[in-house]
Design a protein around this ligand. Structure first.
Ligand code: ADP
Ligand code: MG
Length: 354
């Protein structure tokens, strides 16, 4: 006979090896593959940035993201106000990635004993700032205590017209691959904060100095969404064929589009948009900025594919970069390096589950 605890530990160790083998996306697929859709109005269940539900005249979008202390944020260098703001932004990002407009959020928190009332007020001040900036309403949630770290789970609801929704699976051969803003800054900002944290832990008389790289620090602590770019595309009558937001890194996220659209891609290294400050900080860390862009993640930029006929219009939009094209699935997805050599594109994103 096993004690309950022994049995639990055995089950846990069995699962642990399997979870590692599956990886985050394999795990989600594994856990959800036996669920069948029972309601006619469930248009898209698991697998895209948000679920899509037929709401009559238009479509309702629903997405959930969870931020866990010690995994997604470190309270040593994360101001609570920024954390509140960011936890809303990363959720809205999935609604925008369906070409939708976010409208409501719910916020569920489990609060560790380390946080006092003032800290929670700051967290909610950040949540409020994001709600105001992106015009969404806080409509509910749940609150409990935690015996370990703090967790924030937000669900976002949004809407999109039926003929305007954009999935991950619509990319077509010869489409142009486009990305908003620039990439890699959040990853390098995180490296900087981690370095300063470790210096501070080793010697508390050292004052952390992050003042030389305000852009990278802002990108990790307080990312923004890109609704204006989506509006501009709409005004130009350009509907992307496929779209995703970059949360796990360019390589991982373009490969999601490719897998779901049954196509491949070519990405040109010299076309990947990188901010000058990102390049400088990368140099300081001896990190190739392209690697930060490809594998870093947390950029919350939009990655989408469009028909080639829009090349000129898109070229006129400074906030969008054309970084490659969609190829037939018989070809291998590849990065064309600066020297012209093609290297297979691999998903090495995500430092953590989720
Ligand atoms: P994103 O990075 O865009 O937030 P994820 O990789 O977290 O997307 O999730 C991919 C898909 O899997 C989404 O449709 C999401 O709703 C779904 N998903 C993630 N975790 C779970 C889970 N534990 N149970 C059911 N569906 C899940
Ligand atoms: Mg997403």
């Amino acid at each position: 006979m096993f004690t309950f605890l022994e049995y639990f530990n055995m089950e846990q160790s069995k699962k642990a090896s399997t979870i590692e083998e599956l990886g985050e996306f394999g795990l989600i697929e594994h856990l959800t593959e036996n669920f069948s859709v029972k309601n006619k109005n469930t248009i898209k269940a698991v697998g895209d940035d948000a679920a899509v539900i037929d709401a009559g005249n238009d479509l309702l979008l629903v997405s959930t993201d969870i931020l866990v202390e010690g995994i997604h944020f470190d309270l040593i260098y994360t101001p609570l106000k920024h954390l509140g703001y960011k936890s809303v932004v990363v959720n809205l990002s999935d609604i925008y990635a369906m070409n939708g407009k976010p409208e409501q959020i719910t916020v569920a928190i489990s609060v560790s004993g380390k946080l006092n009332l003032r800290a929670l007020e700051d967290l909610y001040e950040g949540i409020k700032m994001a709600c105001e900036r992106y015009e969404v309403d806080l409509v509910g949630g749940d609150t409990t205590t935690s015996i370990t770290g703090t967790t924030i789970s937000i669900s976002a609801l949004g809407r999109v017209e039926k003929n305007q929704v954009v999935y991950r699976n619509g990319a077509k051969v010869n489409d142009l691959i486009c990305v908003t803003g620039d990439l890699g800054a959040a990853y390098l900002g995180l490296q900087l904060l981690e370095r300063e944290k470790n210096l501070f832990i080793a010697d508390q008389s050292v004052k952390p100095d992050i003042s030389n790289y305000p852009y990278c620090v802002e990108r990790i602590l307080k990312p923004e969404n890109k609704p204006k770019t989506l509006k501009k595309l709409q005004e130009a009558n350009i509907l992307p064929n496929a779209m995703i937001d970059i949360s796990d890194g360019l390589s991982s996220d373009i490969l999601h589009i490719c897998k779901q659209s049954q196509v491949s891609c070519k990405i040109y290294e010299d076309k990947i948009p990188i901010n000058i400050e990102t390049a400088q900080l990368a140099q300081e860390f001896f990190i190739d900025p392209s690697v930060a862009a490809l594998n870093g993640g947390e950029d919350y930029e939009l990655l989408f594919t469009i028909d080639q006929k829009y090349f000129e219009i898109i070229s006129e939009m400074p906030e969008i970069s054309i970084i490659g094209y969609i190829s037939d699935k018989s070809e291998e997805s590849a990065l064309v390096a600066r020297n012209g050599v093609e290297v297979p594109l691999k998903a090495q994103g995500w430092r953590h589950i989720g």
